[in-house]
Design a protein around this ligand. Structure first.
Ligand SMILES: Nc1ncnc2c1ncn2[C@@H]1O[C@H](COP(=O)(O)OP(=O)(O)OP(=O)(O)O)[C@@H](O)[C@H]1O
Ligand SMILES: [Mg+2]
Length: 474
């Protein structure tokens, strides 16, 4: 299910239910009361005439039910199609920069227009169903007036009832007819709400793939020892991680390197149970993470995802996202640690500066450092940085990693990076290839091994050495 579909459920479907609850049900009750009282009074005034006017009602009810059935089907199609329109609009708006950069405005407008044409056709279809039944409903309700006036007139001539009774009868008849006329609208509102409710409950009843076990462990604190025991993992069919074994002591830093798509993000995603390992066991402080309370497990971790996301809110609120009522001092400390305090302080409104969704107005590196600050304010036992310093210059990256290393209660840190300068001081460096740990060790031991890590090292430093060499020649 994508964002557009969820938005549509939140707006349109909730509106439909609100309409039914706010107007539909109260009108239904009101009309039912009118109907019952009017019928009783009519029967009391003259039972023969009352029966004549009531004989139309079963046909009306049958028509209203048929209308409801057909309209519900049509509405179902419209509601599903609205999801496509919403998704396209949402993607075009949030991806507007991409659309403009590739000059795809016309294409996107056409795509939207095509979707709208289908929407138009579906609505015409719905109106056609309405048009098929509604005049018939109106016709039958008016027929009942004709019947009452003509039969009632005859009864007046025969002196069975007075003219006054006939006039009263006619008056009360509108109380009978009005609820029937409303029936069409009411069935429409109620059937729309019914369809919407089914869809909303469909979402609400969806079970999360990953939940806490029933008798889960709730340890008072998590130290941060992490171990992987023969862990393999696949998303669908093919394995993306194979036979991973790791033993990491609390407080140490593990750097993960590897080619793109080698499984780095997947490996760290398993620790917070964003996915469960297909085979093998992951333990934190010696306990299987599947036995730990999911809330405790995740709140003991700070994760900085590969794609940064910032809210349309002030810088302070973005940084304080994970910690309620954090003091401005703690926000500042976190920003200092993430090497972004100087920049924020130089802004006119400082920490109260508003930033747009996805941080419009900030550079890539500034966004990365803000998301690091957001993770740092939460003092957690496990810290995961997924390529979170890639947009920083080497000097800032060095300073930031030095700050992290110098923390008092240093969390167990998983640092995914591509630059040797970022990983070389880690306690353990892993080099992943095709989901397997190809090499592991410290910077020096890996260099001695003269394997893949050494190759990356030489590639990254060749440019630098060549530069020095040319300078020497000159
Ligand atoms: N949600 C997903 N569903 C299915 N396959 C996925 C999913 N996420 C990743 N993959 C696949 O798993 C493999 C490993 O992906 P992963 O994101 O772990 O790589 P990575 O090492 O983090 O790469 P990068 O350096 O580009 O971030 C890739 O082949 C990718 O196509
Ligand atoms: Mg990744």
């Amino acid at each position: 299910m994508n964002t557009g579909e969820l938005m549509s459920r939140l707006t349109e479907d909730v509106d439909n239910i609100w309409m039914a609850l706010a107007f539909g049900i109260s009108l239904f009750i009101e009309n039912s009361i009118y109907f019952i009282f009017a019928t009783a009074i009519l029967l009391y005034l003259n039972w023969k005439l009352a029966l004549i006017s009531l004989c139309i009602m079963p046909f009306l009810a049958w028509l209203a039910m048929k209308l409801e059935k057909d309209i519900e089907k049509a509405f179902d199609k419209i509601s599903d199609h609205t999801v496509h329109i919403n998704t396209t609009a949402q993607e075009d708006i949030s991806g507007i920069r991409l659309v403009k950069a590739f000059a795809r405005e016309k294409h996107e407008i056409l795509k939207f227009l095509n979707l709208n044409t289908v929407n138009y056709t579906l609505n015409v279809e719905k109106t056609r169903i309405w048009g098929k039944y509604y005049p018939l409903i109106e016709f039958l309700t008016n027929i009942s007036i004709v019947l009452v006036i003509s039969f009632g007139g005859m009864l007046v001539i025969k002196d069975e009832i007075s003219v006054g009774t006939l006039v009263a009868f006619n008056g009360y008849l509108s109380m009978l007819v009005w609820p029937m006329r409303m029936m069409g609208w009411l069935t429409n509102v109620i059937s729309q709400a019914n369809t919407s409710a089914k869809k909303i409950f469909g979402i609400m009843n969806t079970k999360a793939d990953i939940e806490s076990a029933q008798d889960c462990l709730k340890p008072p604190e998590i130290k941060g020892d992490v171990s992987f025991k023969n862990v393999s993992f696949k998303y669908n069919n093919s394995y993306v991680l194979k036979n991973i074994n790791l033993n990491i002591k609390a407080g140490s830093t593990v750097a993960i390197m590897g080619t793109t798509g080698s499984g780095k993000t997947s490996l760290v995603s398993l620790i917070g149970r964003y996915y469960d390992a297909t085979e093998g066991l992951i333990e934190i402080d010696g306990k299987d993470i599947r036995d730990l309370d999911l809330g405790i497990l995740r709140s003991s971790m700070s994760v900085i995802f590969q794609d940064t996301f910032l809210f349309s809110d002030s810088i302070a609120n973005n940084v304080a996202f994970s910690v309620k009522n954090s003091s401005i001092q703690s926000i500042k400390d976190a920003c200092k640690m993430a090497c972004i305090d100087d920049f924020i302080s130089s802004l006119e409104n400082g920490y109260e500066t508003e930033i747009g969704e996805r941080g419009i107005g900030l550079s890539g590196g500034q966004k990365q450092r803000l998301s690091i600050a957001r993770a740092m304010i939460k003092k957690s036992s496990i810290l995961i940085l997924d390529d979170s310093t890639s947009a920083l210059d080497m000097e800032t990256e060095f300073q930031l990693l030095k700050n992290l290393n110098g923390l008092k209660n240093k969390p167990t840190t998983f640092l995914i990076a591509h630059r040797i300068s970022a990983v070389k001081n880690a306690d353990l460096i892993l080099y992943l290839e095709d989901g397997c740990i190809k090499e592991y060790g410290t910077h020096n031991s890996l260099l001695e091994m003269k394997g893949r890590y050494y190759q990356v090292y030489s590639d990254q430093f060749r440019d630098y050495e060549e530069l020095e060499y040319t300078e020497e020649l000159a």
